[in-house]
Design a protein around this ligand. Structure first.
Ligand SMILES: *Cc1c(COP(=O)(O)O)cnc(C)c1O
Length: 468
């Protein structure tokens, strides 16, 4: 057995053929060489384990298909595109929102060329990076002033640090939420230096709870949108209008962390429960923060709008420099916001809104095309079906609201749903799907029209890999 080692080809021997292979010719040579060494080490392990019986199995030619596949797969960039067939539109693990075409073009332009990022073309002097989006944010939301930071977590932090450090902020116990990924309102507040003054009970908080807690130490009243859960039953929350009255009576700012914060009213789609930013501003919130890449459908950003006196203070906070957004984000955000100047355009062209508001007919037709593509790719190895099911908005918005649609069920002969889902993580591109009641489901809502064939091909690749 041990003399089989002698037949293993040398690195140079396999390298010359390998580097001409498709998908490998453009890779950095040193990387390919390292991967070949790794592969040959694996072969040595296998020889030791008795996986080979004759010299012929170890020739450069015999090893070539496995070696090529190994190098191709290991040399892939770590950050990769995936196909989202989960039906969760704002899927935080899969990158949240997709950008609209004008936003993608704006990003490309912003990073390929110099720009007026912080340059005032009217005066030829230094300008402010916020100037690009402040006006349009005010026009859309009705706020007096606006500011954008890296994400909404940073927005909440800087609002509190600026307006309440060393003082108390009053928050209802029913709104001390954890967003996930270690973002908890009480923790963020502690880090900001503001002191949390909890009032009310988990399910009920009244105006007098807030009023009784107001004292010399109070710097602000805060509301947090309970975006990822819903308290039902015997509940009471104090509305913004009542908070505004309190704020005026005691001269305190009312801060609102809206979480997802939509600019487009989804109430018409039967998705109630999320006020628009415009409504919250109109009802008198002094400072409102929300995400750029949740329902808004833009790049990752934390948007803060509100009264000029408070926004100006936040703008001057030196922490701003540590949480500032980059030029690509600015370009994408402005392009996305411009679509909101016409709400129908926004709904049609912003992928997140478009997917949330897809009509049942459109989803059914997409499901049909997907089912057809899967049948074409897998032939009589597969049983494909269609059935009614539900998608989710995701991103911690509209909890418990199911979006009705049509699912495609896939049953490949001899392969369990679990095994299929696992193998699909290694296809090109990988496909993330759902299993419900042991049934393998593809939700076409979150697949683009041009991705249906890619999804079918991924299923074929996965099936081949599992039956090899
Ligand atoms: C999502 C969310 C955040 C955090 O926003 P990011 O943009 O993810 O940083 C903060 N507060 C609420 C209520 C949220 O839903």
């Amino acid at each position: 057995m041990s003399n089989l080692f002698r037949y293993l080809p040398s690195v140079d021997e396999v390298l010359s053929g390998l580097i001409k292979a498709e998908g490998i010719e453009d890779l950095p040579r040193p990387l390919v060489k390292d991967l070949v060494n790794e592969f040959l080490d694996i072969c040595r392990e296998e020889i030791r384990a008795g996986a080979f019986s004759e010299a012929g199995q170890l020739s450069a030619k015999a090893l070539s298909p496995r070696l090529t596949a190994y190098v191709r797969s290991k040399a892939r960039p770590h950050f990769r595109r995936v196909l989202n067939a989960t039906g969760v539109v704002i899927h935080t693990n899969l990158g949240r929102s997709l950008l609209a075409k004008p936003a993608i073009e704006a990003v490309t332009e912003a990073c390929a060329h110099y720009s007026n990022c912080e340059f005032d073309l009217a005066t030829g002097k230094r300008g402010s990076r916020y100037s690009h989006v402040e006006r349009i944010l005010c026009d859309i939301t009705g706020a007096e002033a606006a500011l954008v930071v890296n994400n909404n977590a940073a927005a909440v932090f800087i609002m509190l640090e600026t307006l309440a450090k060393g003082h108390e902020v009053i928050v209802s116990r029913g709104q001390l939420v954890e967003i996930g990924g270690s973002f908890r309102i009480p923790d963020v507040m502690a880090k900001s230096g503001a002191r949390l003054r909890e009032v009310g009970a988990t399910n009920r908080t009244h105006v007098h709870d807030y009023e009784n807690a107001i004292g010399d130490e109070t710097a602000a009243l805060m509301r947090v949108h309970t975006s990822n859960f819903r308290v039902v039953g015997f509940t009471k929350e104090v509305g913004l209008a009542e908070m505004r009255v309190l704020g005026d009576r005691y001269g305190l700012p009312v801060i609102e962390d809206l979480g997802s914060g939509t600019l487009y009213s989804l109430a018409g789609e039967g998705l109630l429960g999320e006020p628009t930013v415009q409504q919250v501003v109109a009802q008198g919130a002094d400072v409102v923060s929300f995400s750029g890449d949740k329902v808004l459908g833009g790049p990752q950003a934390g948007i803060i709008v509100g009264r000029k006196e408070y926004i100006d203070r936040i703008k001057k906070n030196p922490i701003n420099r540590a949480v500032r957004i980059d030029k690509m984000t600015l370009a994408a955000l402005e392009a996305t916001l411009r679509l909101y100047l016409d709400m129908d355009e926004a709904r049609r062209r912003i992928p997140t809104l478009n997917m949330i508001t897809s009509s049942p007919e459109a989803l059914k037709s997409k499901a049909r095309r997907l089912a057809e593509a899967v049948r074409e790719a897998l032939g009589d190895r597969v049983e494909v079906g269609m059935k009614k099911g539900f998608s989710r908005v995701g991103g911690g918005s509209f909890p418990e609201y199911d979006l009705p649609g049509t699912m495609v069920t896939v049953d490949i002969r001899g392969i369990t749903a679990q095994a299929l889902r696992g193998a699909l993580l290694d296809t090109d591109p990988p496909l993330v799907a759902r299993i419900e009641d042991d049934e393998f489901l593809l939700d076409p809502r979150t697949l683009g029209s041009s991705e249906l064939k890619l999804a079918a091909r991924a299923l074929e690749q996965a099936a081949d890999a599992l039956t090899e």
